[in-house]
Design a protein around this ligand. Structure first.
Ligand code: CP
Length: 309
């Protein structure tokens, strides 16, 4: 069943500015008074179909759905017929034949979500919970919600004046791709991507500056988002030495001191302390890492309410 928002949430790119703002505003409303939204989707069914590990995204979708009164089934790949060789598309058809309302999917393959959404029945909503290197739309949304809640001057979703630095393993990061799409859509004029040359995208991105020096990338930034090295996606590319990486690419208190006063620090998690970020920064007063997790529940409640409305 389609609504004005569309049947599925697969990426940020397909959202209009108005739809994006509407989701952000509703997430903040829910965060301000979650009880008002309790049980608004009583009896609906959500399946978490995660074929890559997750702590934050899977559990926050489960909590979000349960707060809305939904039933949640967590698919367990290792004890499912996946181990008997069932193809993903057949698993998907099998699950949707049981008539759930929402299937939340995480998968390592780029393009997989669109191909499954293309065969979804009219009453089944597909939500991307992280796809390969491509997109992680609810992570981008919750990051914007976290900034809006931390800085009341941004509460209307006007992030255009910010200088945003995203640093680390950009090449393998779906979070970076979703975040860039979202920040561009929200009119952010200064977006910086920083990382070792081999971990930056190979092609230019319009409206985005690339840096191969973290000090330069952090200088004057209002928001710094640090990303972990995604070892699981390196293939034949050499994984950097952790100690050397931290010296060049770790966000330390000294480096954060180059940013604008009060610069906010984001990290989608999981955090690797002493590799891409120092503990003093991750646990420090400028860090919003735990608020991101909290806001993830409210943002996912907003997504579920909007899609199934
Ligand atoms: N940010 C994020 O996607 O974390 P998980 O892998 O724990 O879900």
């Amino acid at each position: 069943m389609k609504n004005s928002f569309g049947q599925h949430l697969l990426d940020i790119d397909h959202l209009s500015r108005q739809q994006l703002n509407s989701l952000l505003e509703q997430s903040v409303q829910i965060a301000d008074d979650p009880g008002v939204f309790a049980n608004r989707r009583n009896g609906k069914v959500l399946i978490n179909l995660f074929l890559e590990p997750s702590t934050r995204t899977r559990i926050s979708f489960e909590i979000a759905a349960k707060r809305l009164g939904m039933h949640v089934i967590n698919f367990q790949p290792e004890s499912s017929s996946v181990v008997k060789g069932e193809a993903l598309v057949d698993t998907f058809h099998t699950l949707q034949a049981m008539q759930p309302d929402v299937i939340v999917i995480r998968h390592a393959g780029d393009g997989v979500l669109a191909s499954l959404a293309a065969v979804a029945e009219a009453g089944v909503h597909v939500i991307n919970a992280g796809e390969g290197r491509s997109q992680h739309p609810t992570q981008a949304l919750l990051d914007a919600v976290t900034l809006m809640r931390a800085r009341p001057d941004l509460s209307q979703g006007d992030l255009s004046g910010l200088t945003v630095t995203i640093a680390g393993d950009i090449r393998h990061s779906r979070v970076a791709r979703s975040s860039v799409a979202m920040f561009k859509k929200l009119g952010v004029a200064r977006i910086r991507l920083a990382g070792p040359a081999e971990l930056l995208p190979s092609d230019e991105i319009a409206g985005v500056d690339f840096f191969t020096n973290l000090d330069e990338a952090v200088t004057g930034a209002d928001v710094v988002m640090m990303l972990r090295i995604q070892r699981e996606r390196f293939g034949r590319l050499a994984v950097p030495d952790e100690k050397a990486y931290f010296e060049t690419w770790g966000l330390t208190p000294q480096r954060l001191g180059l940013a604008s006063p009060g610069c906010l620090v984001l990290h989608p998690g999981p955090v690797n302390r002493g590799i891409e970020i120092a503990s003093e920064v991750a646990d420090g007063p400028q860090s919003l890492i735990r608020q991101q997790v909290t806001n993830g529940v409210y943002t996912r409640m907003a997504v579920l309410l909007t899609l199934t409305g």
